[in-house]
Write a new protein. Structure first.
Length: 409
């Protein structure tokens, strides 16, 4: 499906205006859509509406897709990342006309008289092209996921087999299939979507959590940080606090099959450097455990940054692995070490991650780097690696933000 050349010219001419008003358009889009289709609140993360993350992500996605509408190949990795999230959230073809109608309505409302019939018709066709790409791509993903050994469609009920407190704010949930049947494997770094139905909430809530233990086990493990209210008006994390406070061993959690395009390259022979901040350690734990189990001779450097030991999950586990495997080296950064931390000297650096410190603990920049954590932390890591001239193909990160990358914010 290709866009008419005349309409393509209209899209190109109006792209700067749409980019300028992108967030205003997408905020209006969500307002319109939820008013007309409140049932979609069962899918979309309402907290992301409050923080503005979702409108910004959508604005970036719309602009990025439209800017590359002649040739999607340059942004195909990003489209696939979005498609993976859509598949995990169970976005279906019937949702796209609803999105299109309200997105176009929002463009018209924000741009007003400037949005002529010619412009609106061109953007309607452009949306049709973009939607068609996603629908076809996601159809392949759904079929592939369901056809894998142990795979399934939609949500499948899992039982909380174990609930383990890992730190003051992180708790692990070990999930086994209620039906007792096989579960599909996954690639270290991927995530699942959990569906929570709470009596105190009008709508179902979906959340995506990285798998924090290696594949090939009889369970999936997620390690969830309890998100407490913040001073800038962000409320408690509805799902994370509910999981911590109300979900116990024996309870049922429906989940979708593992998804995601951030994962470990198991075929690389380069040293592996895993860098995490806070709860960003969850995919890193999966990568570490997998590497030790399947490629025990690969050199691994694991660097974790936390406020202090009270908020540092899996510390003993990583220390045990480093003691058992000479090729595994662990480093810890505490922003504000406690008195106990200072007495025990159980960290390697106080303060924040820096390139100078990284260069002091690694023998060279010739390694595969994977990192995950809060956005400011990731931006510093990314800039440091680029400053150290680490090849782009050796830099990998998990980022749930905008359409672009860490260099853009």
């Amino acid at each position: 499906m290709a866009l008419d050349p005349k309409k393509l010219e209209v899209i190109k001419a109006t792209l700067p205006v749409v980019k300028e008003h992108g967030e205003a358009i997408t905020k209006q889009f969500y307002k319109r859509m939820f008013k007309q289709h409140p049932e979609l609140k069962n899918i979309f993360n309402q907290t992301h509406q409050i923080t503005g993350h979702q409108p910004k992500a959508l604005a970036d996605a719309v602009y990025g897709a439209a800017a590359n509408i002649e040739d999607f190949s340059q942004i195909m990795p990003v489209l696939e990342r979005i498609g993976e999230k859509h598949r995990s959230l169970q976005i279906k073809p019937e949702h796209y006309p609803i999105v299109g109608e309200n997105l176009l309505g929002a463009i018209k409302e924000v741009l007003g008289d400037a949005a002529t019939d010619e412009i609106m018709n061109a953007w309607a066709d452009a949306y049709g092209v973009i939607a068609d790409v996603f629908i076809r791509m996601e159809d392949k993903m759904y079929k592939s996921t369901e056809s894998q050994p142990g795979g399934w469609a939609g949500f499948r009920d899992f039982v909380v087999d174990r609930k383990v407190k890992e730190s003051d704010v992180i708790t692990s949930f070990y999930l086994k299939p209620k039906d007792g049947q096989q579960i599909t494997t996954f690639i270290p770094g991927q995530y699942i979507t959990v569906k929570m139905e709470m009596s105190s909430e009008e709508y179902t809530h979906l959340r995506q959590y990285s798998l924090s233990d290696r594949p090939g086990l009889e369970y999936y493990r997620i390690s969830v940080k309890r998100e407490d209210a913040r001073s800038e008006g962000i409320p408690n994390g509805i799902v994370s606090t509910y999981l911590h406070s109300h979900v116990n061993e024996g309870d049922i959690i429906p989940i979708t099959a593992p998804a995601g395009d951030f994962y470990l390259n198991m075929d690389s022979s380069l040293p592996l450097v895993l860098i995490s901040g806070g709860v960003g350690l969850t995919p890193m734990m999966c990568m570490l455990n997998t590497t030790v189990n399947e490629n025990p001779n690969r050199t691994v450097y694991y660097i974790h940054a936390a406020i202090n030991s009270n908020l540092h999950a899996f510390k003993d586990h990583v220390n045990d692995l480093a003691a058992e495997h000479k090729n595994v080296k662990s480093f810890v950064i505490y922003e504000k070490p406690s008195e106990t931390d200072q007495e025990m000297k159980n960290y390697d650096k106080e303060g924040f991650f820096t390139l100078e410190w990284l260069q002091s603990v690694l023998p060279s920049n010739d390694a595969d780097f994977y990192f995950c954590g809060p956005s400011p932390f990731m931006k510093v890591v990314n800039q440091s690696l680029k400053q150290w001239k680490v090849p782009e193909e050796q830099i990998h990160y998990e980022f749930f933000g905008s359409f672009g990358n860490l260099d853009e914010f």
